[in-house]
Design a protein around this ligand. Structure first.
Ligand code: ZN
Length: 371
């Protein structure tokens, strides 16, 4: 509401607030008016006046006059220092993504509004929904309810919730996607490649589900791994294993078909990000030791990072990123070659079933094949 003639609107707002005290003034997305003033000629005068007025009003509070100011932002680092200085806002409350327990609780809150089957296991759902925000969890519950209705049921089941997590992560199932038989076979090998490399290494999250049903996000299939618990610390070996797992899909294609496809594009992106972070942010390269080569500029929105090193070093980083990925890719290929029979057997099984659970996958692995 402050956009356009902001200063007078701020004055008006605080006048009303004082009349109505005790009350709470809540300013959402405060960075819209509270951004750092750049002080350059021709800056946004209008916005600066609005911010100045807000600062004046906040200073004008004498003791406890019953008006509490709350504000929210996704970009705390972009706020003008005058706003964040002690005495303006007394407290900062960082709202991080919910942890496992938090996700479970949030799911239960949203599930209260719908009819849920008595045997739904929210703990499992929360584990599968790792990395999701409160809004996404609300969306998952909503999607599950819609799915139940579409299937003419009045109760939401575990399967509804699990499927809706996949919808949130990967989009809807594409009902009429046309994959040729050959393509389907390649995708099956690709996904089993990921799953096998993950399962045959230590320090990997267990495989929860493998599917080759195309999704509206463009994914032709995917392998879902779920950690038993949220992890705050990852050891170097775990990161390397993740990179190996990401290269496992392409590795399987190379071994079995002797040719490569575009199917690995997302894997490539993720593996590169991980390898780069290991070198530039986590100090996991011997030569660079504990030197920060990159800084995260936007903690809450997408974690953008910017390089903080010379052009020469950048070249060096690029080479080390390539070497890291090459090494893991080689390792993934080796793992699959050594387990070629298992790869064939599981890929055939997935090709026929299109979707298999982590338990089915492990059962076949442990028995050493399908009898
Ligand atoms: Zn892949």
């Amino acid at each position: 509401m402050f956009v356009g003639m902001g200063a007078s609107k701020v004055r008006d707002l605080f006048k009303q607030a004082k009349e109505k005290a005790p009350c709470i003034v809540f300013i959402d997305e405060i960075d819209a008016i509270g951004k750092k003033r750049d002080g350059q000629y021709g800056g946004n005068d209008e916005r600066e006046q609005t911010l100045n007025q807000l600062l004046t009003e906040m200073d004008g509070f004498e003791g406890n006059n019953g008006v509490i100011i709350l504000a929210a932002t996704n970009r705390p680092e972009a706020l003008d220092p005058a706003l964040t200085r002690p005495g303006r806002f007394d407290r900062r409350v960082p709202v991080e993504l919910p942890d496992l327990k938090g996700r479970e609780d949030i799911l239960k809150v949203h599930a209260r509004k719908i009819n849920v089957d008595s045997d739904v296991d929210f703990h499992t759902i929360a584990r599968m929904a790792s990395g999701t925000s409160g809004a996404e969890l609300a969306n998952i519950v909503n999607e599950a309810a819609l799915r139940a209705v579409r299937n003419n049921r009045t109760v939401v089941t575990q399967a509804d919730l699990e499927e809706s997590i996949e919808v949130v992560i990967a989009g809807y199932q594409k009902k009429n996607a046309i994959l040729s038989d050959e393509e389907k076979k390649i995708v099956a090998y690709h996904e089993i490649g990921h799953a096998l490399v993950a399962a045959l290494q230590s320090h990997s999250a267990p495989v929860q589900k493998i599917t080759i049903i195309p999704r509206t996000s463009g994914a032709l299939g995917y392998t879902m791994q779920v950690e038993q618990q949220d992890k705050s610390l990852l050891i170097k070996e775990e990161l390397e294993n993740r990179i190996a797992t990401l290269t496992g899909g392409r590795a399987a294609e190379e071994i079995v078909f002797g040719q490569i496809t575009t199917g690995a594009s997302n894997d490539i992106e993720q593996a590169t990000k991980l390898a780069r972070a290991m070198i530039t942010r986590y100090g996991m390269n011997e030569e660079f030791d504990m030197v920060a080569l990159e800084t995260v500029t936007n903690q809450y929105l997408g974690q953008d990072a910017s390089l903080a090193c010379s052009a020469d070093t950048q070249k060096d980083i690029d080479q080390k990123v390539i070497a890291t990925i090459k090494e893991q890719h080689k390792r993934a290929k080796q793992i699959l070659q050594e387990n070629r029979k298992m790869l064939d057997c599981l890929a055939q099984y997935l090709y026929e079933k299109e979707s298999i659970t982590g338990e089915e996958f492990m059962r076949i692995m442990e028995k050493g094949g399908i009898e």
